[in-house]
Ligand binder design. Structure first.
Ligand SMILES: Nc1ncnc2c1ncn2[C@@H]1O[C@H](COP(=O)(O)OP(=O)(O)OP(=O)(O)O)[C@@H](O)[C@H]1O
Ligand SMILES: [Mg+2]
Length: 308
């Protein structure tokens, strides 16, 4: 559904007004991606990594310098108008372009007119219902909470029911209840849609996405299913033992002492647990805490960003 080849975008940024000096920033650096129909693809990466620029190119809002991108076979440069009809770019920031003096319904009607929609009332009602805004439709959005404005912005982005959605930090700045509502709507109502979800929030990415890519300085550093990425990162389990006498455990294999914590890498959790218990027997060793650890996306993210 979405294919990019060698996609590259460079910006010029003025670094000295006096001397008229510019620096070149490669915001998107030779990106190759293939995203299947119906997939939710997570794009993670630190600030300035190139997530929003990638989504803007794929939405036919800015053009790449090198490379190509197609949406459902349509080139984002050559067929920009078709692409614009197929994609919806939803970002939390869009809530700022709402008209404060209009009601919720007037706002959505205004954007339906801009999109030249014919008889949009049925769709508007459907969206207001979907986002639980129907009972507030005649209130001025000045009175809306941030979450309600966010949902209205989402409803507007979905007016023409695009098959491809780009969600740029879709849950940033909203409360957990609104975030939960939006996630439920996306999980249940958007099954047919192909989605790219850009975010810093690794928990929401892991919960929502089938596959993810880590982007840093415009380059894809890692790509794959979250579970597989974690398995490839380290496939063993770590057992952490916090004890008053960490040196009582030095006979264990693959152990490391860090302060009062003993970190043991193991492929057989049960066996290692029994060994730990055995070592504490009749030796007056106190275990304050014991827990197992599996790799998290956070560690993979931090490592992936560090190693570039
Ligand atoms: N219009 C522009 N002119 C100049 N530089 C730009 C422009 N748009 C983006 N950039 C630069 O390109 C790089 C990538 O920016 P982008 O907004 O795509 O990152 P991002 O991953 O979305 O970051 P964030 O997580 O902060 O939203 C940054 O260094 C940014 O400053
Ligand atoms: Mg961004």
């Amino acid at each position: 559904m979405i294919i990019t080849k060698d996609l590259t975008k460079t910006f010029k940024r003025r670094i000295s007004r006096k001397e008229g000096k510019f620096e070149k920033i490669t915001a998107v650096d030779h990106i190759d991606l293939t995203i299947k129909k119906g997939e939710i693809f997570g794009l993670i990466g630190p600030n300035g990594a190139g997530k929003t620029t990638t989504l803007k190119i794929l939405s036919a809002l800015i053009t790449p310098d090198i490379g190509t991108a197609t949406i459902d076979g349509y080139d984002v440069v050559k067929c920009a108008d078709i692409v614009k009809n197929k994609v919806g770019l939803l970002s939390g920031e869009f809530a700022r372009s709402l008209y404060w003096r209009l009601t919720g319904k007037q706002n959505i009607e205004f954007f339906a007119k801009l999109k030249n929609m014919w008889k949009p009332n049925e769709r508007i009602n459907e969206l207001l219902e979907l986002f639980a805004l129907k009972q507030w439709e005649n209130e001025h959005i000045m009175k809306y909470s941030t979450g309600m404005k966010h949902k209205l912005a989402f409803a507007i982005g979905l007016l023409n029911d695009p098959p491809v959605l780009f969600l740029d930090e879709p849950l940033t700045g909203i409360d957990p209840i609104t975030a939960y509502e939006l996630k439920q709507i996306i999980k249940t109502g958007f099954k047919e849609k192909t989605i790219i979800w850009a975010s810093h929030n690794l928990y929401e990415i892991e919960e929502m996405c089938d596959r993810i890519a880590l982007i840093n300085y415009g380059k894809i550093v890692l790509e794959g299913e979250p579970e597989k990425l974690k398995k490839n990162y380290w496939d063993h389990t770590k057992i952490l033992v916090i004890s008053d006498k960490p040196h009582a455990f030095t006979s264990l294999q693959n152990m490391e002492i860090k302060g009062d914590t003993v970190e043991i890498k193991t492929d057989n959790v049960k066996k290692t647990f029994l060994e730990i218990m055995e070592l504490t027997k009749n030796k007056n060793v106190e275990i304050k805490e014991i827990k197992t650890l599996k790799p998290s996306l956070e560690e993979i993210f931090i490592d992936g960003v560090k190693n570039v």
